[in-house]
Write a protein that binds this ligand. Sequence first.
Ligand code: HEC
Ligand code: HEC
Length: 253
Amino acid sequence: MNWTTAEQHFEKSCVVCHGEGAKGTERGPSLVMSRSLQNRSEKEIQEVVRNGTEGGMPPFALPEAQLQSLAQWIRFLNAPVFDFPTVGDAKQGERFFFEKGQCATCHMVAGRGKVNGPDLSAIGRQLSLKDLEQSLDSPGEKAGSSSNCPFFAWCPQDQWKVVNVNLRDGSKLRGFARSRGKHDLQLQTLDGQFRFLLDTEYDQVVREKVSLMPALKSSAEERRNLLAYLSRLGGVTPGPILGGQDKVPTCSN
Ligand code: HEC
Ligand code: HEC
């Protein structure tokens, strides 16, 4: 999909309030990675632009084609990347994922890989392209993974944050705090084992500031292919993996 026309319309009519790259200003909200736009259809977005809102969005009497291209572009900025799969060689992307890129040393796709990071089997349906790119370039900094969540509460966005646990017997453990209560901690150590710990067994839990995931290092072409692969991951049909663990799962493109 080519977004040049939409971007030009946006520059002309919308950028004053919604800002460069639609990232928002004090006069208008961000239209990128926006929770409120995530599930809105193209038609609904068109309605907002055509009719405006009581909250300060002015109505725009635009030609139908312009309205449509703007609404499509705004949806693309927020909708799951699976709906707008990117151009590239997904087969090569898959190969990069499992080989050179070493992604599968932490992630699993369709039952293949490791569990030191989220399962990516359906990642194309979970993230927009912008979110996906941010996950690759600035791991762990996705909106919502804030650290203002009280540490003793169980925060889903923190389940992939690495913690260091000092045990009372002097030893240390490192892993993901998969859940945490007031007096206990369920730790998944980096070898994949689960440990259920009571607070009588440990005296300190320190959360690491940076994500375990390294930022993506690749050539431009490898990146393109990787994005093409990831954007097409729409989930697996439940059932046994046919052909055993060593077979590379095929992807459609
Ligand atoms: C004068 C400033 C201004 C201009 C110009 C403007 N907007 Fe808005 N827009 C707003 C404000 C303020 C809101 C929030 C309205 C609300 O919360 O009800 C908004 C909301 C929106 C929303 C809904 C966002 C959401 O999260 O619900 C969309 C979509 C949108 N604008 C698209 C556009 C497009 C496309 C253009 C250009 C054709 C445009 N806007 C021009 C101020 C502006
Ligand atoms: C050393 C382990 C490790 C490696 C290697 C790694 N990741 Fe990650 N990845 C993680 C962790 C942990 C997270 C969770 C981010 C966080 O909260 O810090 C993550 C998050 C992600 C996310 C966001 C997932 C979501 O649900 O939002 C994507 C996409 C991703 N990784 C893709 C990749 C790709 C592609 C590669 C290979 C180029 C890769 N990762 C390599 C550990 C890893």
